[in-house]
Design a protein around this ligand. Structure first.
Ligand SMILES: Cc1ncc(COP(=O)(O)O)c(C=O)c1O
Length: 375
């Protein structure tokens, strides 16, 4: 390792080591993705084939930026930067806003991209806890102690990966007020918008609630199109320009064929079809998960969930979550994500966003493996 202090992205690294070789991969965080053949009609396929392979518009095609802007109240194409997945948008946020020594507050448990990137940039990172003993609601009492005048950036994921928590209007307002009190920027990763479970209202966006705000999103989770690698940031035109300056260094532009397909995905009828597909897969998978939990003699538990195709399952065993995940992988060849890679011990992140039969078979194997885990 060239820099021994480098903080690796443990979750992504663990997945990339094993996801192609295990019999069942339930460490993912989106639903089973579509194939290009499956979701495009002949005219749309022709349109993709006609896409010129010169460098595309660097900040995203005008049509795509307009389509994205139309998803938000009072936004225009000038508010949008199209990126290579939400990951690149998140990286641009860190690169634009952070300097060594800055304090950054990150929702925990959570997707650890900003958490690790900020540390690698020499920042001091503090956790903003979601409380396990309160069904993963945000700890509002912690806002005033964790967010201080030294806080440069507050980074949250809503709905949250891995807990699926959706912030209430009251919690959203409290977060914005805490940022406004100290002049901190607020970064809201909204990639799980549109993954709400049956009976949950659509997650409201933070867009429009605060002036120092950057929301990021992508087509990876709710739309099942992670292979397109298309994401975006929405912010003020001035900040969108700043992000764009860094984007030119990082990747120049997102891929042209992907942007054509993203334009098609956001046509209202197509968008509804993709969202409905994702929700149907998740709903069926969650039924499998609940049924399986009933058969596990109290070895696992899961509270009520609000969104995402992920279950953040508590494992009632003293071993570390990494040890449990490795035991499962090595004994039954099923991949799940250790809670430690998301900032909390004692849990496994298990995706249910696949065919019900696949989820059922993989869960049965996980049950077998954990039943044989020495105490
Ligand atoms: C909260 C969160 N943000 C961003 C990403 C990366 O998404 P993308 O595929 O859009 O780069 C993930 C992927 O798991 C995620 O969970």
């Amino acid at each position: 390792m060239t820099n021994p202090a480098f903080v690796p992205f443990e979750l992504e690294h663990y997945q990339s080591l094993y996801e192609r070789t295990v019999a069942y991969n339930l460490a993912d965080s989106s639903v089973k993705c579509v194939t290009t053949r499956e979701w495009l009609n002949e005219d749309e396929i022709e349109r993709v084939l006609d896409t010129g392979l010169f460098y595309p518009e660097v900040n995203g095609t005008t049509l795509l930026r307009e389509s994205i802007a139309s998803l938000y109240p009072n936004a225009t194409a000038a508010n949008i930067l199209v990126t290579v997945g939400a990951s690149q948008a998140n990286a641009m946020v860190c690169e634009t806003l952070l300097s060594p020594g800055d304090e950054v507050v990150v929702m925990t448990p959570g997707y650890r991209q900003v958490w690790g990137t900020a540390q690698n940039m020499g920042c001091v990172v503090r956790d903003l806890p979601l409380r396990a003993d309160n069904n993963w609601r945000i700890d509002l009492a912690a806002l005033d102690t964790v967010i201080t005048p030294r806080t440069k950036l507050v980074a949250i994921v809503n709905p949250n990966n891995p807990t699926g928590t959706i912030l209430t209007a009251h919690e959203m307002r409290a977060l914005v007020n805490a940022c406004a009190r100290v002049g901190a920027w607020l970064h809201v990763d909204e990639v799980y918008h549109g993954t709400e479970h049956a009976g949950e209202a659509p997650t409201p966006t933070f867009w429009g609630m605060y002036d120092r705000l950057i929301c990021t999103n992508s087509l990876s989770k709710a739309y099942g199109l992670s292979g397109l690698r298309i994401g975006w940031a929405i912010t003020t035109p001035l900040m969108a320009d700043e992000l764009w300056r860094r984007h030119e260094y990082a990747v120049i532009a997102a891929a042209a064929p992907s942007m054509t397909m993203a334009e098609i995905a956001l046509v209202p009828a197509k968008r509804q079809m993709l969202l409905a597909r994702q929700k149907m897969i998740t709903q069926a998978g969650m039924v499998e998960m609940r049924a399986w939990l009933q058969t596990q003699a109290g070895r696992f538990s899961l509270g009520p969930t609000q969104a995402t195709s992920i279950a953040f399952v508590r494992v009632h065993h003293d071993a570390s979550s990494y040890h449990v995940a490795e035991h499962i992988r090595q004994t039954v060849n099923v991949l799940v994500a250790p809670g430690s890679t998301l900032g909390v011990e004692g849990h496994l992140r298990i995706t249910v966003g696949y065919e019900a039969e696949k989820v059922r078979n993989a869960l049965r194997l996980i049950g077998q493996a954990v039943a044989t885990l020495p105490r």
